[in-house]
Design a protein around this ligand. Sequence first.
Ligand SMILES: [Zn+2]
Length: 311
Amino acid sequence: MTPVPLPSSVHVFVRDWLSANHVLLKSRDGHVLVDTGYGAHAALTLALVAGPRGLAGEPLEKIVNTHGHSDHVGGNAALAARYGCPIAVPAAEAPNFDAWDQKTLLYDYADQHVDRFGVDERIDAGTTHRWGDLEWQALAAPGHDMGALVFFNPDHRVLISGDALWRRGFGFVMPRAMDERAMPATRATLDLIASLDARVVIPGHGEPFDDVGDALAFAYGRLASLETDDVRIARYAVKAIFGFSLLHRRRMREKDVADFVARVPFFGDVNDAVLRMGVDALAAMIVDELLRAQAVRREGDWIVTAAGEAG
Ligand SMILES: [Zn+2]
């Protein structure tokens, strides 16, 4: 695949489904990094950001996050310690960090770990920022995460989308029974993105892409399949969260999956609110559907993560 052309000050480090991509916006006025990956892989993040395609010996001026999920902010603490730079987060997300609200942020509550960091700046939706010698509009993008922002440069029509739009879909959304705002917000955010007429999208996961119309069509199709069906939303959410756990745990004994979903509060809450399955049936459903999607595979007694999207 030919890389899509980007402005020369925009450098994308494409990671995987455990660590979100990093976008380094370079300028003589100071380099800004958008999103920092998952904490367990912070050493690799530091190496990539410091390396020849990254800062190459220069300081980091600021860390910016699209939203608060563990795979986007996990390197914040380590990078801020290394470079002594401030961390700027979406204003709507800041109270969650200040309170270190592990439930809203889906950290321990969803079997995800983040090294705690402090918030230095709040980015309000509707503001414009000069990063990498380009103007970036911060736009509210609630849905997958109710406090999320996306960043849009109108001159080059480049969108940094976080998990609001991927080449195929978007980050999982909470069932209506748990947050009735989430699914309508997801549609509104797709409508906003469609109105931007972006030429290139730099997603939180996967390569930057320029077939934005196709991506939006796919996302609207997925949305339509989800928004009338809370059970489908809930199944998607539990598969996504379990798949993410398996990405950082690498493997789990199949017989331990039921205990795991019984122990991690996210699964119990989604199950109580929507699915209402026995825990063994819930575990079996998650494993069966991830096997069918080839997101995981069986190795003897183990369930092992496979490459690619988990969920
Ligand atoms: Zn996310």
